[in-house]
Design a protein around this ligand. Structure first.
Ligand code: AMP
Ligand code: GLY
Length: 423
């Protein structure tokens, strides 16, 4: 089967790695140093999705796996399906769950899905008036996509006023800031639950935990994610069934009632509060870097699973198969990230990390004259699997130690928050 993979980061390398099989011919649109070794580039003349879909059709592509949210929000799900190509990922309508925080929050309110209380504003002056009297901390969020940077936690009125200005007046995130959501601040530990769905049922993958801030101890500005591990041990069976019933299934039902046939990944970013888990945000695709920690533990065939979502046959997987133990994935970034950083630094030691039996996922890498060089903010993800969480942490860092490039940076505490639950 010919498969087209959309996206070029660590998540997509993990998907490609897990999908690879002798019967699969993998194509990609834009690759990285890892994806390029597994597939072929689909030669396209123009960059519009309609044209890409036509090229894919003439190349004999039967199935498209979409990594990032942007193409889904732009409607690739509809465009490829219209010409008879199967897609893993929701339609444009379904992708609104991630593409519009206003849509997601209103849906949650209408169907009693646990989330932070909120107000919506279209006028910055009214928003500032509300904030003047509001209890702080508060969270100010741009409605639309903002590369993970559109949610600003504000300690006091000065900060929240500034956030409204940045989003609505200075338009730091463009039209994504035409509307904002102002939320109650929730306290607790964060976790990610990704549910896989065919529109009828939804099966949770292993719970995981991302590490968004750049520095150890969750300090500093947010990034795309500096590391993740699975399973996250802070969710017990009771909490997991609450999340399944009150969040995943209820959201799928809500979408159905709104006439949205949602297929793909329904990813709930959660805050585990004293009052129970609450949704911080929904995403409509696999998490990055959560995927690099979850997929190495999956025993069920990934292609069968993804195809079953599209074909409405998820019922054949009563339960997914998982390896015992933990997977920890540490992201290695370019110095300066998430701010400006240099590219083109020679990367050494990937094979040595693999000799430590780590899996090295490429994110911002490329091959230049046969040499692997840096090509992005998040460069590599080094994953280690072991029977216990402390051993998996040790394994992942033993791989990280083998890798060298000028200016490399990584967090030293990936997985640490999970240790209190397992010791
Ligand atoms: P979001 O883009 O909504 O996922 O938010 C990005 C990050 O901001 C989250 O991972 C949290 O760390 C933080 N955050 C978002 N909403 C809230 C909230 N209501 N209370 C506390 N922290 C939040
Ligand atoms: N790990 C955060 C995200 O994928 O959005």
């Amino acid at each position: 089967m010919k498969i087209l993979l959309i996206g070029k980061g660590g998540r997509e390398h993990a998907l490609a790695w897990k999908l690879m099989d002798k019967d699969i011919e993998l194509y990609y649109l834009e690759g990285n140093g890892g994806i390029e070794r597994l597939g072929k580039k689909l030669k396209i003349e123009e960059k519009g999705w309609q044209e890409i879909a036509q090229t894919a059709k003439s190349e004999g592509i039967e199935f498209v796996v979409v990594g990032p949210e942007k193409p889904l929000v732009e409607g690739v799900g509809d465009i490829f399906r219209k010409i008879g190509i199967k897609v893993f990922g929701p339609t444009r309508e379904g992708a609104r769950l991630e593409g519009s925080k206003v849509f997601a929050k209103e849906l949650m309110k209408k169907y009693s899905i646990p989330t932070a209380s909120f107000e919506i504003f279209e006028d910055p002056e009214k928003a500032i008036k509300f904030l003047e009297k509001a209890k702080h901390p508060r969270v100010v969020k741009a409605d639309g996509l903002a590369q993970g940077k559109g949610s600003i936690v504000c300690k006091n009125f000065e900060e929240s006023k500034e956030a409204v200005k940045r989003i609505m007046v200075e338009k730091e995130f463009g039209d994504s800031g035409n509307r904002i959501v102002i939320e109650e601040f929730l306290e607790g530990e964060e976790a990610s639950i990704l549910g896989i769905t065919d529109g009828k049922q939804i099966i949770p993958l292993l719970p995981s935990q991302d590490h968004k801030p750049i520095y150890d101890g969750d300090k500093g500005p947010n990034t795309g994610g500096m590391g993740a591990y699975a399973p996250y041990p802070g969710i017990d069976d009771e909490a997991l069934s609450y999340i399944e019933e009150k969040i995943l299934k209820r959201t799928l039902e809500a979408l159905k009632k709104e006439n949205i046939d949602f297929k793909g990944v329904l990813y709930a970013g959660l805050m585990l509060t004293k009052e129970g888990p609450k949704v911080l945000e929904f995403n409509v695709r696999f998490g990055d870097p959560e995927t690099q920690a979850i997929l190495p533990l999956l025993k069920t065939n990934l292609l069968d699973l993804l195809l079953a979502c599209e074909e409405g046959e998820l019922e054949k997987f009563k339960k997914l198969g998982w390896e015992d133990g933990y997977c920890v994935c540490v992201v290695i970034a370019s110095g300066g990230y998430p701010g400006p950083y240099e590219k083109g630094k020679l990367i050494e030691g990937v094979e040595k990390a693999e000799e430590e039996s780590c899996i090295v996922f490429h994110a911002g890498t490329k091959l230049m004259d046969g040499k692997l060089v840096t090509d992005g903010g998040r460069v590599l993800g080094v994953a280690g699997i072991e029977k216990t969480l402390p051993l998996a942490i040790e394994k992942a860092y033993s791989g990280v130690k083998k890798i060298k490039f000028s200016g490399m940076y990584f967090r030293k505490d990936i997985g640490k928050k999970g240790l209190k639950f397992v010791q």
